[in-house]
Design a protein around this ligand. Structure first.
Ligand SMILES: Nc1ncnc2c1ncn2[C@@H]1O[C@H](COP(=O)(O)OP(=O)(O)OP(=O)(O)O)[C@@H](O)[C@H]1O
Ligand SMILES: [Mg+2]
Length: 386
């Protein structure tokens, strides 16, 4: 996929010339003749590279660079200055504000610019997948031993609570329930850009600019979504190696990667579960599910997953239940981190309205549980990064 460049310059003739030149070189080019217009375009659809003049009719180029730099959503937007100004003070201030390159406008600067953009891309490819675990974003996986336990509901609402608690962290929820998940439908989000489709592109190595095109912009609840597959046909050919590479990349791009695996224990999910900071195992309080959950917990621990990674959450409890916390903990041999109440028809009403339960029923008891779970995940993430 071509790199997307946004040129910002007050001079329309310059913009027209740059647009023609760079489009011919295979780039996906957009332009803005004012700083505020550039900012709204960045918010609607961030480019891979922003190239701005310093002197603009409204904001200065430096203000624009600072604004982009300050917002963690745009941390992967590369920023270049292309300016008529030649004062070393301007160059120093631009680099200081967050620009990667300063290129003076003069004959041949278009060639210089293209060479620098290509070198940057080659470098970013080299770096892909090489980040140390310390630098990676946190990944939490949600799964259950039995379908319908509430894995998707817990995953979505934990993401919602995390977005509220973490102030500006960039969070993505990935639906890896294959061949068909329900996250998109539960949130009213539709897209043809699925993990399955990404896998079917046949690319050898993924790079962040390609992946970002498959992930949604932040939804109004403050987190993004990546859908696994839209239909069983496209899901059949998902490549395990690519999925592994995808998750390494997602963790480099985003602060939190929350994955819904449903009850999918497979060669595809195991490597991703293994590297998770936490695996949230959803159990419901009937003895058959409790027993199956014990088997899943044992299975995971026999596959390179440590007991510390397992976070047990009891969902759909009612007062006069058949099984107590102690029964569950004794059987599964893990402490229960959270107990979420049975919310009668409310959880389903939220799904039918395509909004998170926490948005629709903010005063219901389960919200406290989701918030507490998100808080504990934040705590775990802090410990992981030291
Ligand atoms: N705490 C709860 N109280 C009431 N209803 C709930 C609760 N948790 C989940 N549900 C309901 O149970 C049903 C299944 O929930 P959900 O889709 O989240 O489960 P799942 O484990 O993801 O299912 P699947 O196996 O199909 O992926 C939904 O109708 C949801 O509204
Ligand atoms: Mg589900």
């Amino acid at each position: 996929m071509p790199e997307k460049i946004l040129f910002v310059d007050g001079d329309q003739a310059t913009l027209n010339w740059l647009k023609a030149k760079f489009a011919k070189e295979g780039f996906d080019v957009d332009t803005a003749n004012r700083g505020d217009l550039a900012w709204s375009k960045i918010q609607a659809d961030p480019p891979d590279i922003l190239i701005t003049e310093l002197t603009l009719p409204d904001l200065t180029g430096l203000e624009l660079v600072r604004r982009v730099k300050q917002d963690s959503h745009y941390r992967y937007v590369g920023m270049f200055i292309l300016s008529l100004r030649t004062d070393p003070q301007d160059i120093a201030a631009s680099l200081d504000a967050g620009a990667e390159q300063y290129i003076m406008k003069r004959p041949g600067s278009d060639i210089e610019l293209i060479a620098k953009i290509r070198a940057r891309k080659a470098q970013s490819k080299k770096n892909t997948g090489l980040g140390s675990m310390q630098e990676l974003g946190n990944q939490f996986s949600f799964c259950s031993a039995k379908g319908g336990s509430g894995t998707t509901s817990v995953c979505i609402n934990t993401a919602y609570a995390l977005a509220k608690l973490s102030h500006g962290a960039d969070i993505v929820v990935v639906d890896m329930v294959l061949p068909l998940g329900t996250i998109g439908l539960s949130l009213g989000y539709k897209s043809e850009n699925t993990v399955a489709r990404l896998s079917n592109l046949g690319v050898k190595a993924l790079d962040p600019s390609l992946i970002k095109k498959y992930v949604s912009p932040p939804l109004r609840w403050g987190f993004r979504v990546l859908i696994g597959a839209n239909n069983p046909n496209e899901a059949t050919s998902i490549d395990i190696e690519l999925v592994r590479d995808l998750f390494m990349n997602l963790r480099q791009i985003y602060d939190y990667v929350l994955v819904d695996f449903g009850r999918m224990l497979s060669r595809l999910s195991l490597p991703i579960l293994e590297t998770s900071n936490g695996i949230i195992l959803i159990v419901t309080p009937d003895m058959s599910t409790v027993h199956s959950t014990r088997l899943v917990a044992e299975y995971l621990q026999s596959h390179n997953i440590s007991r510390n990674q397992l976070i047990l959450v009891n969902n759909r409890t009612v007062g006069r239940v058949w099984t107590t916390t102690q029964d569950i903990e004794r059987e599964i041999q893990l402490p229960l981190m959270e107990t979420l109440p049975y919310e009668v028809e409310h959880m389903t009403m939220a799904i039918n309205d395509a909004v998170p339960f926490m948005e629709k029923f903010p005063n219901n008891a389960a919200c406290m549980g989701f918030t507490d779970l998100a808080r504990q995940l934040l705590q775990r993430a802090k410990q992981a990064t030291g």
